[in-house]
Design a protein around this ligand. Sequence first.
Ligand code: GRG
Length: 308
Amino acid sequence: MSGEVLRDAFSARLVAVADATEHMLDRLLSPHLLPGEKDRPSRLLEAIRYGSLGGGKRLRPFLLVETARMLGAEGEGVLRAACALEMIHCYSLVHDDLPAMDNDDLRRGRPTCHKAFDEACAILAGDALLTYAFDVIADTPTHPDPAVRADLTVMLARASGLGGMVGGQALDLEAESRKEPHSREFVMLMQSMKTGALLLNAVEAGARIGGADAKQREALSRYGAALGAAFQVADDILDAEGDTAALGKRAGKDADRNKATLVAVLGIDEARKRRDALAREAIEALAGFGDKAEILAEAARFTAMRKS
Ligand code: GRG
């Protein structure tokens, strides 16, 4: 496909997956009770829906769905796995915005969950999204093979928890209070955990569902890791030079707080070069998939060049 046709095809897929994700999340987060549930308290459910519906690029669901699709797997089960991952992402945003963490008022162009509701409600909304994600990923309709469901569940737990996103968030918070400059290695490790782990999980879960062989899995993991790193450098650059209205969250806060970012460590020009090199690395990792990987390759370009 030529550049422009490919960009259009990618945008159409991104919108289609975002719509499908929204519908599936809406269904999963209805007042309808599942076996074993006694009640879905209405204000909590409202806060959960506020924190997860009606916004976001849905990049993680997109990467999971498109990786699986490239390998020939499609359908409702794939979408459930994508929604489980998006629930973890949404919970992390709700908790990250809390006063004890990043203390933000604006997310996805709207008041943050604790501003629209209250702090206790936002904490519980995040908790419930986190636990519900594991309900969704582990439950039968997600995949007919229990071994695949068990793998997906463990992979999601590892990407989200102590040695993944939550651990990365802890490193990030510790770094804020440190006086000495952060090393490049520290920033890269922290970012690969805090934001990289979920993006990598999206690709690796898609590969597991799609039945990728060992060589394909290795290539897709290289793609996911490079894309995840490119995403975070792009985020650092957007924060340094972006505007709050386009981002839908406050820009310029990293420098205000001595945050451990690659812009702080490398300077903006080197950070841009690194972002572009990572996007190229992600695309090169897809070489073995030929034309079938064009949409994923475009996703790497989009991730690096995004404006919000
Ligand atoms: C609180 C446990 C816990 C973890 C928080 C991911 C994270 C860890 C915090 C988010 C803070 C942040 C703004 C990080 C920068 C990268 C990032 C995750 C941006 C938001 O992701 P997008 O751009 O958001 O995919 P949308 O709104 O499109 O879903």
